[in-house]
Write a protein that binds this ligand. Structure first.
Ligand code: HEC
Length: 161
């Protein structure tokens, strides 16, 4: 799996490929792998996960400005991935977000805007289902998202308006 860290063997492979003549097919392959590694999807996902936790607390508090802000930042993470366009186990990550997660996040914004907590919670859980569906599809089913256990920001008031 391209996304996994395999430090020792990968470093060795890179060292070998470094001496390959330009134009060699092996080097092109290496470049693709390398571009993928540079994205470091796990770090981007970590940020998405943290921000999505904040969406819960801000949404429960009806803090529309904070919900909009966090969702906007999630959209920016996806924007950053657009150029590298990571594909995991045949799943185009940016495409998946654009088709399912991002439209669902807009419904979350609308629910908070309307002050509709029940809809907010339903849409929040619907996104969690989408997160986990992709984790399963990309052989990361062990990364199971749920509602957060605590506000990930120690010093930002999620209920401030
Ligand atoms: C299109 C597929 C896809 C979607 C949708 C997706 N993820 Fe992920 N996620 C992944 C993959 C693949 C990894 C493993 C990344 C790696 O191995 O570098 C991952 C890893 C993670 C991690 C672990 C990060 C770490 O290393 O600490 C978290 C947290 C996470 N995702 C949260 C989310 C949340 C929250 C959502 C929904 C808002 C979501 N993901 C939606 C594919 C996806």
């Amino acid at each position: 799996m391209g996304c996994e860290r395999a430090p020792a063997s990968e470093e060795k492979a890179e060292a070998t490929e470094a001496v390959v003549e330009p134009g060699d097919e092996a080097e092109e392959e290496h470049d693709e792998d390398h571009a993928h590694d540079e994205v470091h999807l796990g770090a981007h996902m970590f940020e998405i996960g943290r921000r999505y936790s904040a969406v819960w607390y801000a949404g429960e508090a009806g803090n529309k400005a904070m919900v909009d802000y966090q969702i906007h930042e999630i959209e920016e993470v996806i924007e950053e991935l657009r150029e590298a366009r990571p594909v995991e186990e045949g799943v185009d990550v940016v495409d998946y977000f654009e088709r399912s997660v991002l439209p669902s996040l807009e419904r979350i914004e609308e629910a908070v805007e309307a002050g509709d907590t029940a809809t907010f919670e339903r849409e929040y859980d619907a996104v969690i289902t989408q997160c986990n569906a992709c984790h399963t599809a990309t052989k990361h089913a062990f990364i199971e998202i749920g509602r957060p256990a605590f506000n990930p920001y120690a010093n930002v008031k999620m209920d401030a308006k």
